[in-house]
Ligand binder design. Structure first.
Ligand SMILES: Nc1ncnc2c1ncn2[C@@H]1O[C@H](COP(=O)(O)OP(=O)(O)OP(=O)(O)O)[C@@H](O)[C@H]1O
Length: 235
């Protein structure tokens, strides 16, 4: 379970996040949706201990990231890019991540297969497409079998096949019991993937509920999103 409790973030004179409160639950995919600049990345960075809230807290299974005894086994994350050094091969990157977590190389091979990049395992990450880099990032995030998976804009820039693959993959992760939290400014691509939806606009939560609850009387999630965000959602 991922929990945000009254998280506020101020930068200089600006309130970037105001009273961010929501949960992402095990076995469900939670979409954290909002237009560019709404505060999605800032919120996720606080959860992952990469930034501090001005007040409030973000918790992974009831604990702050910094207090987790074995963070890789609690929460996996894919933020910008693959997270790998470009001159490394995909396989070498995963072996390095595995070693840091005390995991054997057999699991690296298993995960290269799982995310569908086994054939490219010996190629340098600099030669990977955007989609392959995302798959490598997912493999690294999942190597230590974490209970939660966090992804910042996982489908952004991918072709339809890549988007479809990520959607199915994330649904499988939730079915396996993981808590999946993903951010996106794209609604159409995600309506079939998410169980729960949290909408953020201007650093504030403006909707939080199941997909059906947030869609409400609108034709679809995209229409509901534009109604909630005004023209800011169109950017
Ligand atoms: N390091 C920083 N210093 C100053 N302002 C920042 C910093 N990081 C983010 N911001 C500001 O905080 C606000 C929220 O940014 P954030 O990146 O969290 O939004 P986002 O919803 O993830 O949008 P995007 O999808 O465009 O990244 C923006 O107005 C941004 O300009």
């Amino acid at each position: 379970m991922l929990t945000f409790e009254h998280v506020n973030k101020r930068r200089g004179a600006r309130d970037i996040l105001t009273d961010i409160t929501f949960h992402a639950r095990p076995g469900r995919v939670t979409g954290f949706l909002g237009p560019n600049g709404a505060g999605k990345s800032s919120t996720l960075r606080i959860l992952l201990g990469l930034d501090r809230p001005t007040s409030g807290q973000a918790l992974v299974d009831g604990q702050r990231f910094a207090s987790l005894r074995d963070p890789l086994r609690s929460i996996g994350a894919v933020l910008d890019g693959s997270g790998a050094h470009r001159s490394r091969t995909g396989r070498a990157h995963l072996r390095w991540v595995a070693r840091s977590a005390g995991i054997g190389n057999a699991r690296v091979e298993e995960f290269l297969e799982l995310v569908g990049i086994a054939d490219a395992g010996n190629k340098r990450v600099s030669t990977y497409s955007l989609g392959m880099g995302r798959r490598l990032g997912l493999a690294a995030a999942l190597l230590a079998d974490p209970g939660a998976l966090v992804l910042d804009e996982p489908v952004n820039g991918l072709d339809p096949e890549g988007i479809r693959w990520i959607r199915l993959f994330l649904r499988e992760q939730a079915q396996a019991g993981r808590t999946v939290l993903l951010s996106s400014h794209l609604m159409g691509e995600l309506a079939e993937t998410v169980d729960d939806v949290v909408v953020i606009v201007g650093g504030r939560i403006v909707a939080d509920g199941t997909l059906a609850e947030v869609t409400g009387n609108h034709k679809n999630l995209e229409d509901a999103f534009f109604a909630l965000t005004g023209d800011r959602g169109a950017r």
